[in-house]
Design a protein around this ligand. Structure first.
Ligand code: 2BA
Length: 112
């Protein structure tokens, strides 16, 4: 048996958990914090048989893969009070998603 730790962006946590559950995998979802950026992320614990690890990783890749998203930044308003009315929001491409995955051996698994 293997235990998979998948650290994903918080915004992907619910959809990937639903998809894993829908495919018969049990998931424990933890609210975690990245040590470097100190932002919230989500860590999923998935215990499964060795032969199903590939299927879990495929689901995580599909639901949490890196992709670009367009965000609209409002121009910065100086404290002088100039109105931002009439300015267009600036579209910017940002990277979102991505997952960090660890697969470890489970020495013993019991439900009591
Ligand atoms: P990623 O490498 O995609 O990592 C995303 C999150 O996954 C990390 O959040 C951390 O929570 C977890 N993680 C990644 N690798 C890990 C590992 N070897 N052991 C345990 N947890 C791990 P953050 O720590 O907030 O990092 C966010 C992003 O900042 C990282 O994205 C990476 O691009 C960058 N980063 C992290 N540590 C760095 C460092 N020491 N120097 C430069 N950049 C760093």
């Amino acid at each position: 048996m293997k235990l998979i730790y998948a650290i994903v962006h918080s915004e992907d946590g619910d959809t990937v958990t639903e998809e894993l559950n829908g495919n018969g995998f049990s998931v424990t979802k933890l609210a975690t914090t990245g040590g470097f950026l100190r932002r919230g992320n989500t860590t999923l614990l998935i215990g499964t048989e060795e032969e199903k690890v590939g299927q879990v990783i495929d689901i995580v890749k599909r639901e949490c893969g890196k992709r670009e998203q367009v965000v609209y930044n409002m121009p910065y308003a100086h404290s002088g009070g100039a109105s931002i009315a009439g300015y267009n929001a600036m579209p910017t491409n940002v990277d979102v998603g991505g997952a960090t995955i660890f697969v470890v051996d489970v020495e013993r698994f019991e439900k009591v």
